[in-house]
Write a protein that binds this ligand. Structure first.
Ligand SMILES: *Cc1c(COP(=O)(O)O)cnc(C)c1O
Length: 423
């Protein structure tokens, strides 16, 4: 079974004349269509908004496209706040969902008028001390603990996650925040990651809507929004059935009408903070086969490595690979597809059945549009690749150049010990 690529071999042959491999390529058309579908799925909720999780794909051109699609940004750090600000996201266009937050980052978030999402009850004191006040709009992150079971054996383990407040803490946090002058409240939770099921959001919504009703009763606060956060997954494997966002939106609507509307809370806005779902399928890593090695196993060495895509090395994550031009060839060769790092986990695929690969073949590694380039690093002195955008009109724009050795050495003091550096 194969997954379709959004780019053809002819297009790639053209692109590689100008831009050497490896590079990440993004599909503008796919990004826009998907964002439109998400908006439609939640159009029943007048306050609905997606705050794109910047950490998934922190590229200004990508963020600009999402901004045009009506999205805000979800930031987790100072630099992501700075990027959002520079792109013209203002005030409540920005959600600041961070944890273990350095206090000065609260300050910048507040200066930008962002909605601050507190990860812990102790952050209330930290926030007040840092800002000298409590913002009028504030959000708290919830963690019910235990095991969160969704369906078909799909579950995650919030009880083991460092994020969020317990039920008792979030209740107390609301009381304290209200007493200190907060007027509008949000609830946020992220209980399971990369869920490939249409049931996750509706089940999470049920938990949060019930909590909202009881928090309102107990504390009397005005709950303005409920943030379902990230966690909607994508079908990395070809045999997986992708999520149907229309069904997910409909599922959340049902629970909303069951729980919130009867409680007189039919004005609550639904927010999302999706990263993976917004971008992963609309990006790929294009790399070239440069070596083959026949030892105890069959290896294909490519010109990308784990610094360009860390997920396989870090989580053993599956990323589908298409050998371009051989889409219909039999998959009768078993390969480990590897990068050059001096780490044996630098493998994009292990024991993968693929068509016979010739040196110079272009490989498309799928679904790298989120948490792909973003997780890049410089181990072994390897450099980050370029990012390219395949635009709706079929043209290609470089939206980030590849790093050069100069970038890699830039944080040393050239004037001192590296004065004879020739590069
Ligand atoms: C990472 C993250 C997201 C996005 O998660 P995805 O799995 O990419 O959808 C959203 N919100 C917060 C707080 C996150 O940390």
């Amino acid at each position: 079974m194969d997954k379709k690529t959004f780019v053809s071999l002819d297009q790639l042959n053209e692109i590689t004349k100008t831009y050497p491999t490896p590079f990440h390529l993004y599909d503008e058309k796919g990004i826009r269509e998907n964002a439109r579908k998400l908006k439609e799925a939640f159009s029943w909720n007048p306050g609905f908004r997606e705050y794109f999780a910047v950490k998934a794909t922190p590229n200004p051109y990508i963020l600009k496209i999402l901004q045009e699609c009506g999205c805000g940004t979800d930031c987790s750090s100072k630099t992501e706040l700075m990027l959002s600000d520079a792109l013209g996201f203002h005030g409540h266009d920005i959600m600041f969902s961070s944890n273990d937050t350095p206090p000065e980052e609260f300050k910048l978030a507040d200066e930008l008028g962002a909605i601050i999402n507190l990860d812990d009850i102790t952050h209330i004191a930290c926030l007040e001390e840092t800002l000298g006040h409590i913002p009028k709009t504030i959000c708290c992150r919830y963690n019910p603990g235990g095991i969160f079971t969704i369906s078909n054996g799909i579950m995650d383990n919030p009880g083991d996650a460092k994020y969020g407040m317990t039920t008792e803490q979030i209740t107390e946090a609301y009381q304290i925040l209200k007493a200190k002058g907060a007027e509008e409240f949000g609830i946020h939770a992220f209980l399971a990651s990369n869920t490939v099921t249409n049931d996750y959001y509706p089940m999470l919504a049920k938990v949060l809507f019930q909590l909202a009703v009881s928090l309102k009763k107990e504390t009397g606060v005005h709950i303005k929004f409920i943030n379902l956060s990230g966690g909607i997954g994508v079908a990395y494997k070809p045999e997986q059935k992708p999520n149907d966002i229309a069904k997910i939106g409909e599922g959340v609507r049902k629970v909303y009408e069951e729980i919130l509307v009867p409680a007189g809370m039919g004005d609550v806005a639904i927010y999302t903070e999706l990263g993976r779902f917004m971008l992963a399928p609309y990006g790929c890593l294009v790399t070239k086969a440069i070596h083959e090695k026949h030892t105890h196993k069959e290896y294909i060495g490519v010109d990308a490595c784990a610094v360009n895509l860390m997920r396989p090395a870090m989580y053993g994550a599956y990323h589908h690979i298409t050998v371009m031009g051989k889409e219909h060839a039999p998959c009768d060769c078993k390969y480990d597809v590897v990068g050059s790092l001096c780490e044996n986990n630098d493998k994009f695929a292990i024991d993968r059945m693929l068509p016979h690969i010739d040196m110079g073949d272009l490989l498309v590694i799928h679904d790298t549009g989120a948490h792909g380039f973003a997780m890049g690093y410089n181990y072994n002195g390897r450099l980050r690749s370029a990012e390219l955008l395949l635009k709706e009109d079929g043209s290609v724009q470089m939206i980030r150049r590849a790093e050069t050795p100069k970038d890699y050495f830039a944080t040393f003091d050239f004037s001192d010990i590296l004065k004879d550096m020739k590069y």
